[in-house]
Design a protein around this ligand. Structure first.
Ligand SMILES: Nc1ccn([C@@H]2O[C@H](COP(=O)(O)OP(=O)(O)OP(=O)(O)O)[C@@H](O)[C@H]2O)c(=O)n1
Ligand SMILES: C[C@](O)(CO)[C@H](O)COP(=O)(O)O
Length: 416
C-alpha cells in the first residue's frame, strides 16, 4: 500500500477485455468490435498508457485472442535534453509504456485476477478498467490515482443518477427506495493500493466490480467524480453513441514543414473553412521574446500544446502551424489530441522546386511585428527528421486553394 501523500512507485492498469459481449450481440468479443477504424480494446489500451504515472498495462483478452497485436509503439527518443522543457516530453513516453497481453477467465473477476498476477513487481497502485469504457478521459484516471496516492486504499469513479432507484425483490415487488441523492452509478477505472486489491481478490469469489470485493473485506471505498464519457459500451445503442462521439470529436490539424512551404497561408484558409483556431508557433515565439524571454527554444511549442489542449477540450478544432521537426514534437502533439479526445491529422508540406521555395523564403514580408524571418541559408540548415506518420503534400506550383483541397482530400483521420 502506498502511504498517504507519498509518490507511488508505479501505477499499473489492468484492462479487462475478455468478455463475450452477449448484450451487444456483435458475433465477436465486444472488445474486438471496430469503432472509428480501431478496436474497442485499442482505444482503451491507448487511453490507459497515456495517463501520467502509468508504467505498465496488462490487457486481459479471451484465450483465443492472446496473440492479438498490440497497437504499435513508436520509437521515440525521449531521453531528457536539458535544452528542452518538460512540457515537450509530456505524453511522448506513452508509447513506451509496456503492454502485456494475458488470457482471461470465465467471469470478470477471474479476468481481473489473471491481469493482476501479470503486473510488474514495481507496481504498488493498480487500476482495473473495463475495455468497454473505451473513451474514459484521462482526468478520471487522474482523479482515481490522486485519491489512492492521498491514502485511500480503494477508489471508484461514480456519477449521480437521474432516475429514481428501487431495490426489487425476486417476486418483483419493491423492497425499498434508496435516497437518490446518495446513489452513484459506478464506472471504471477503479483504483487500489495493490495489497488491498490482492486482499479483495484472495477469496477467489466473483462480483460485478472490484470495489464490492474490497467492501466485503472491510476496506473503505471512496467515490470520486466519474464522467459521462466513461460510459460502458454494452448494447447496440451504446455502440451507436460511440460512433457518433467519434464523428463529432474535434480535430487537431498539424501542418508542419520548413519555412516557406505554405504552412501559414494554407493553415489560415483551412482554419477559416473548418471554424478552427489557428495556432501559429511563430506568433507565440515572438510574443514570448517581446515579453522578456531571452531566447526561445521549446517554450513556444510548449505554450502551443497547452492552448491547443484547452481548445480541443472545449470541443473546438485546432490548426497547429509549426515546423514540427522531430519525433518528440510530433509525439507531444499526438498526446495533446489523445488527452483531449480529439482526432489528429498530420500533414507535412514540402516544396520540391528549390528555386520556387527559395523565392518564397526571400520574397515574403514579415507579418508579425518583430518577427525575424529566416533566410534561405537558415532554411537549408534547419533540422527536419523523417515524419512517416504524416501525409506529404508538395506545394510547388500550387495555389492555396489547391493545397487546402489536397489536405482535405488526402489526409486520413488518426488518433492522438
Ligand atoms: N469473463 C469476463 C467478462 C467480462 N470481462 C470484461 O469486463 C468488462 C465489463 O464487462 P461487460 O461490459 O459486461 O462485458 P461482457 O461480459 O463482454 O458483456 P456481456 O455481459 O453483454 O456479455 C468488459 O470490458 C469485459 O470485456 C472480462 O474481461 N472477462
Ligand atoms: C465494473 C463495472 O463496469 C462497474 O459499473 C460493472 O460492474 C461491470 O459489470 P458487467 O456486468 O461486467 O458489465
Amino acid at each position: 500500500m502506498s502511504d498517504a501523500g507519498t509518490a507511488p512507485r508505479g501505477v499499473g492498469v489492468v484492462v479487462v477485455a475478455a468478455g463475450s459481449g452477449t448484450r451487444l450481440g456483435a458475433g465477436i468479443p465486444k472488445a474486438f468490435v471496430n469503432v472509428g477504424g480501431r478496436r474497442i480494446v485499442d482505444w482503451a489500451v491507448d487511453g490507459a498508457r497515456a495517463v501520467p504515472g502509468v508504467v505498465h498495462v496488462v490487457v486481459v483478452v479471451p484465450p483465443a485472442h492472446v496473440e492479438m497485436p498490440i497497437p504499435p509503439r513508436r520509437d521515440v527518443d525521449v531521453e531528457p535534453d536539458p535544452e528542452l522543457t518538460e512540457a515537450l516530453y509530456a505524453g511522448a513516453a506513452a508509447d513506451r509504456v509496456p503492454v502485456t497481453v494475458v488470457a482471461g477467465g470465465a467471469e470478470r473477476s477471474d479476468s481481473v485476477r489473471a491481469g493482476l498476477a501479470a503486473l510488474g513487481t514495481d507496481i504498488d497502485i493498480v487500476l482495473v478498467h473495463d475495455a468497454a469504457r473505451c473513451f474514459t478521459p484521462a482526468a478520471v484516471y487522474e482523479r482515481v490515482i490522486a485519491a489512492v496516492v492521498a491514502g485511500d486504499r480503494a477508489v471508484v469513479p461514480g456519477l449521480a443518477v437521474v432516475d429514481t432507484m428501487k431495490v426489487v425483490g425476486p417476486d418483483g415487488l419493491v423492497v425499498y427506495t434508496p435516497d437518490r441523492s446518495r446513489v452513484r452509478a459506478i464506472q471504471t477505472p477503479q483504483g487500489f493500493a495493490r495489497v488491498a486489491l490482492e486482499q479483495a481478490h484472495a477469496s477467489g469469489v466473483h462480483a460485478s466490480d472490484d470495489a464490492m470485493l474490497a467492501e466485503e473485506c472491510g476496506i473503505p471505498v471512496r467515490v470520486v467524480d466519474g464522467d459521462p464519457l466513461a460510459f460502458k459500451v454494452t448494447t447496440p445503442a451504446d455502440l451507436d453513441q460511440a460512433h457518433k462521439l467519434l464523428a463529432s470529436a474535434p480535430t487537431l490539424w498539424v501542418i508542419g514543414g520548413l519555412p516557406g512551404t505554405g504552412k501559414t497561408t494554407a493553415g489560415r484558409v483551412l482554419a477559416a473553412e473548418e471554424g478552427a483556431t489557428h495556432l501559429r508557433v511563430d506568433s507565440i515565439e515572438v510574443a514570448l521574446l517581446g515579453a522578456g524571454v531571452d531566447e526561445v527554444t521549446s517554450e513556444g511549442y510548449a505554450a502551443l500544446y497547452a492552448v491547443a489542449r484547452d481548445q480541443l477540450r472545449l470541443g473546438g478544432s485546432v490548426v497547429a502551424d509549426l515546423v514540427n521537426p522531430i519525433p518528440l514534437t510530433r509525439e507531444a502533439l499526438r498526446a495533446v489530441a489523445r488527452d483531449a479526445g480529439a482526432s489528429i491529422r498530420e500533414i507535412q508540406l514540402v516544396c520540391s522546386d528549390a528555386a520556387e521555395h527559395r523565392r518564397r523564403v526571400e520574397n515574403r514580408a514579415a507579418d508579425i511585428p518583430g518577427h525575424r524571418l529566416p533566410t534561405w541559408a537558415d532554411v537549408e540548415a534547419r533540422q527536419f527528421e523523417a515524419w512517416p506518420e504524416s501525409v506529404t503534400i508538395d506545394t510547388a506550383g500550387l495555389d492555396v486553394e489547391a493545397i487546402v483541397r489536397q489536405i482535405r482530400g488526402r489526409v486520413p483521420e488518426g488518433r492522438g
